[in-house]
Design a protein. Structure first.
Length: 185
């Protein structure tokens, strides 16, 4: 339903984040993550902040915060998901709480309104958590587990949220398609 738009998982082929942590220390792991994924973070967060320049600042601030709060990463999940969580909080100006409130999730403009106005409108109609789950899955290319870590929800809840989002998008797009076909007839 939603094209992946050529974004591929840049972390494939690398060791698990927890393995890296035991080998090189947190600073080098964050540096490696930054080198590998900073471009992806920047592109994805531009849709949250509204500009590439502000997204660049958000990415830098997120990695600085991650370095400063190294003890906050307990190694229970992926380092990338933990940094995404920080980056999203920085991007939306979160109050700094560890949990990301559904009310804080921004209207992410990751579908080009000009290229596909129907899809863009359907995505805007999604509730915030569904919209963010779609964004993290198909545009940030995070796994269900990483999305759960980022949003502070269980992996099963991620699956249910994505399923609900797919159904809602499918219904909105098929309704729009039917309406367009009726107009053309």
């Amino acid at each position: 339903m939603i094209a992946h738009h050529g974004y591929r998982r840049l972390t494939k082929g690398f060791a698990d984040d927890r393995t890296l942590m035991t080998m090189g220390g947190m600073e080098s792991d964050l540096e490696e993550l930054y080198r590998r994924r900073q471009g992806a973070f920047q592109v994805m967060l531009a849709s949250v902040t509204g500009s590439v320049d502000s997204a660049r600042d958000v990415v830098q601030e997120a990695f600085v915060q991650a370095l400063r709060d190294q003890n906050g990463f307990r190694g229970e999940g992926s380092l990338e998901a933990w940094v995404w969580r920080i980056a999203i909080r920085v991007a939306i100006g979160s109050n700094g709480s560890r949990e990301l409130s559904v009310d804080e999730v921004p209207e992410v403009a990751f579908v080009d309104q000009k290229a596909d106005p129907t899809l863009a409108a359907a995505v805007r109609e999604l509730p915030p958590q569904r919209r963010m789950a779609i964004f993290l899955r198909y545009f940030a290319d995070l796994s269900y587990a990483e999305i759960g870590e980022t949003l502070g929800i269980a992996e099963g809840t991620v699956a249910a949220t994505l399923s609900q989002a797919h159904r809602q998008l499918g219904a909105a797009l098929s309704t729009n398609e039917v309406s367009a076909n009726e107009v053309m007839a």
